[in-house]
Design a protein around this ligand. Structure first.
Ligand code: B3K
Ligand code: ZN
Length: 898
């Protein structure tokens, strides 16, 4: 057995202000890959608001301590240890200089200072700064930073850090330097430096108040042709934050730098955002429509952090959602405004549907397992494990609920007050809630439970129509059902749930709404009910006919709604609901119910059948040219296998796969002509355009192709897909064609056409790492068959010369794609998937604990699966638990097994 000492649990309740404060930091770097010397001079004073401590404790990891001086004199009472440095009996106010050495070349964790592709980069959030120098590495310690970088001029011609460039020049021995100053106080997690051979796309823009700003997107020279979209996204983000929130860029210069070795998407370092290449580089030949949209969203997200995260930051890491939930909400609104402005509800709904789909598939699953935690967690072992769907996506829903309650204007008033009160401070989620409450004259005490209770709330709905009195009553009941134990222990009482509702008449139109006790009919046919008790009844009066309720319009709260709609009612909502989100929702409910019934039958071997009425409902959407193509694509896409498996009493991925494939084939064969017509009609000939309209056409056309690939006779699909592959002038069409070819031939063990296209794809894009990632991912997520299981393909690809476990994008493209996005193949009864998973978690643990911990999470729902699978997963988890070393992975597997 491995070391079983209880890991150090950090608790929110234990928060104490720091004993010392650091007001200024001057850093000097002599950048050498194996041995970088860092000199750190800090102005330190005792914190008047903290209890006295004789010693000064600084955090530090993987550092070689060289020496300390206090007020210029050598200081002998400094002791370096595993977690940092202790200085005994320091004065009350002093200048401290510390010198230490780190080894960026050997840093495979990609946290702290590291080398990628021969260039230097940093990643400090959450606790990477302590791997660069000794520091009070906690977000409530804010300082102004000056940074001097020295390096070989030939090897590292570009030297960047936060803020404004003060001076640069040559040094002896072919070295040069640059000195940067960030005028804004910031926590250490926002520090960054970059040094290397890079080039920039530059643009000068004027901000709202007329100041000139220099914008740069830095990349390796061969990628300069893929920077335009990121630059446009940055400019749009700047404009949007000015117009929607009155927030201006506060620095003269704003830089984005792309790096191919990166643990996550991007990082909001002050004035020097560092990005995974995946969220910067795009041109039509290499990036899909989804990539273009993701780049816009992530560029926006990091830029918006400049105010929500950087100007106002978190007091401690339990408050992470203060910046992340809010900034996700802001990036979602930005993307929606970019797609549809403030008024095109159908275009906005497309974005909303995509976001809710992610929330339900990933965050609801997180809430149902051993990692369930509130938006503001109570404890953690490794904070990097808490950059979760709950903190980000549920956190964003919590912020959205303020806007749903108070309207756009009320929300804006709250934001204005938040900045007025807290600019330049490190604050808490409570501070944010109080600003929203005070600006709108409301008491939001009950709303605090959204931050402290884990688990997905369930709202069940009962309705009653009294024809004689023309009254319609809606009774809502809230609870958490049988929540996961980790969630149950946090639950205290009912939530304030903004529950948006509409009533639909027999002709499909919305009915006027008037609640009991109100003098007149409301202006809108959607009402937001404030649902605050365990059970509450809302009565509508003057309801002339029995309505059909449209519940939780636009997904007004992150809850599960339980209401017994009949199949006909769902088909009616799918055809008529004025709320585009709920139209989509009706189709999903219809499909989910049908698919779960079929999956149940598949487990017992009963032959599968699909009701004609379901086929007819889908046919209506497919052929309704009044609906936007992007909406039709979303409505015709069946719920994912992972989501469906989650809904079963016992998850059975094979049964879900069989059921979903059965429905796809049935829809393909029954509507063959319609799919073909849609395929032809929505082609986008001519030059590639990245607009929402054009990408909607491509999405619908490629969905049609994927259904055609399910036909009993796939010859026609293979012909269409091959032709599309050859003729494609963009990656969206080319990768969709390749995917259709792989799946059309899966049942027959593959086809010549599929293999040819795969080989061509590799040769064509050999020099484009992000495209080769797609090549790996497409193969890892393909359907496979009994004679050609995907695990064998994946194992073969692990030995491919282009595979590299140290590059997170590459590891994700092959290993994560298989383990987390191909459930039917990964959960093979023989346990081959689990054995592979265990090997890879253990291998990654030694290289990069953050990436390993993410992969480790793909088995956390093991208790919810069928007995055979459950046993296989437990064995794999136990194997991992006995071998891994990092705090990151141990926290995940120990919670899973507890
Ligand atoms: N704040 C960073 C995430 C840091 C993750 C550290 N493990 C990116 C973002 O949310 O914008
Ligand atoms: Zn963020």
């Amino acid at each position: 057995m491995a070391d079983t000492a209880t890991p150090n649990v950090i608790r929110r309740a234990d928060y104490a202000p720091p004993a010392f404060l650091i007001d200024t930091v001057a850093l000097e770097f002599d950048l050498i890959p194996e041995r970088t010397v860092v000199r750190n001079t800090m102005r330190v004073r005792r914190n008047p608001d903290a209890s006295h401590a004789a010693n000064f404790e600084l955090m530090g990891e993987q550092l070689e301590f060289v020496g300390a001086t206090i007020d210029g004199a050598p200081f002998a009472h400094a002791h370096a240890h595993e977690h940092g440095l202790t200085l005994d009996n320091v004065p009350d106010n002093f200048e401290l200089t510390l010198t230490s050495i780190c080894n960026p070349a050997e840093n495979t964790t990609l946290s702290g200072l590291y080398v990628s592709g021969g260039n230097f980069f940093t990643q400090c959030e959450a606790e990477g700064f302590r791997r660069i120098t000794y520091f009070l590495d906690r977000p409530d310690v804010m300082a102004t930073f000056t940074v001097t970088l020295r390096a070989s001029k030939a090897d590292y011609p570009v030297l960047l850090s936060n803020g404004n460039l003060l001076e640069e020049g040559d040094l002896p021995d072919g070295r040069h330097f640059a000195r940067w100053e960030d005028p804004f106080r910031k926590p250490s997690y926002l520090f960054a430096l970059v040094a290397g051979k890079l080039v920039a796309l530059e643009e000068r823009v004027k901000s709202g108040s007329g100041k000139e700003k220099l914008l740069q997107v830095w990349v390796e020279p061969h990628d300069l042709d893929k920077t335009r979209h990121a630059m446009d996204s940055l400019i749009n983000s700047i404009r949007w934050d000015e117009s929607r929130f009155g927030l201006e860029l506060d620095l003269d210069r704003f830089m984005i730098v792309a790096v191919s070795d990166f643990n996550m998407g991007a990082m909001e370092n002050k004035g020097l955002n560092i990005f995974n290449t995946k969220y910067v580089l795009a041109n039509p030949e290499t990036a899909t429509d989804t990539d273009f949209a993701n780049i816009e969203a992530v560029v926006g997200h990091e830029y918006f952090h400049n105010w929500t995260g950087n100007r106002v930051t978190c007091r401690d890491w339990f408050q992470l959602s203060l910046k992340e939930g809010l900034t996700v909400f802001r990036d979602q609104e930005f993307s929606a405004d970019m797609a549809g402005g403030a008024t095109d509800e159908a275009a906005r709904a497309t974005k909303r549907i995509e976001d809710v789909r992610v929330l339900r598939q990933m965050q609801f699953a997180e809430d149902a397992g051993p990692m369930a935690h509130p938006v503001r967690p109570e404890s953690y072992v490794e904070i990097n494990n808490f950059y979760t769907m709950t903190v980000y996506e549920k956190g964003s829903e919590v912020v959205r609920m303020y806007q749903t309650l108070f309207g756009r204007d009320g929300f804006r008033k709250g934001m204005d007050l938040y900045f007025k009160r807290h600019d330049g401070q490190a604050v808490t989620c409570d501070d944010f809630r109080h600003a929203l409450a005070d600006a709108n004259g409301r008491d939001l005490a009950q709303f605090e439970r959204w931050y402290s209770q884990a688990g997905t709330p369930r709202v069940s709905v009962r309705t009653k129509y009294d024809a004689a009195q023309q009254r319609y009553s809606v009774t809502l009941t809230q609870g958490y059902g049988d929540a996961a134990p980790a969630a149950r222990e946090t639950q205290k009482g009912p939530l304030l749930i903004p529950f948006a509702i509409g009533l639909i008449g027999k002709d499909g139109h919305d009915l006027p709404l008037q609640l009991e006790g109100e003098a007149r009919v409301s202006d809108s046919t959607t009402r937001v009910l404030e649902f605050t008790q365990t059970e509450q009844t809302f009565t509508f009066v003057n309801v002339a006919q029995e309505p059909l309720p449209s519940l939780l319009r636009n997904f007004s709260a992150p809850v599960i709604v339980e209401y017994d709609y009949s199949a006909d009612q769902l088909a009616f909502l799918l055809a008529h609901d004025s709320d585009p989100f709920n139209r989509w929702e009706a189709g999903q409910r219809l499909a989910t119910r049908e698919l779960l019934t079929l999956a149940g039958r598949a487990t017992t071997g009963v032959p599968l059948q699909l009701d004609d009425s379901v086929v007819a409902a889908f046919a209506r959407v497919l052929t309704d040219e009044t609906l936007s193509p992007s909406f039709r694509e979303l409505a015709l896409m069946l719920p994912s296998e992972a989501y469906l498996a989650e809904q079963m009493a016992e998850s059975n991925p094979a049964a879900v796969h069989a059921a979903r494939q059965f429905v796809r084939k049935r829809l393909a064969n029954a509507l063959r002509k319609d799919w073909l017509a849609v395929y032809e009609k929505h082609r986008t000939p001519g030059a590639y355009e990245a607009t929402p309209e054009a990408s909607g056409h491509r999405a619908l056309k490629n969905l049609a192709l994927s259904y055609l690939a399910e036909l009993d006779d796939p010859a026609e699909a293979v012909r269409l897909a091959s032709a599309q592959y050859d003729a494609a002038n963009n990656m969206t069409d080319r990768s969709a064609a390749l995917s259709a070819l792989l799946n059309a031939s899966a049942a027959n063990g593959g086809s010549v056409e599929a293999q040819q296209a795969l080989d061509d794809f590799y040769r064509r894009f050999e020099k484009e790492p992000l495209v080769i990632d797609k090549w790996f991912a497409l193969q890892a997520t393909q359907r496979g068959s009994a004679q050609r299981p995907v695990i064998e393909i994946v194992r073969r690809l692990m030995a491919h010369p282009a595979f590299n476990l140290k590059n997170p994008n590459r590891a994700r493209s092959l290993i994560f794609s298989f383990c987390a996005a191909n459930p039917a193949q990964f959960h093979a009864e023989d346990g081959s998937g689990y054995a592979f998973w265990a090997e890879q978690v253990i291998a990654l643990d030694a290289i990069n604990p953050q990436v390993a911990a993410r992969l480790a999470r793909s088995l956390e729902l093991w208790r919810r699966f069928t007995p055979t699978l459950r046993d296989g997963m437990r064995a794999a988890l136990e194997k991992v638990a006995s071998q891994v070393k990092s705090r990151d992975v141990r926290e995940i597997v120990e919670k899973a097994l507890a």
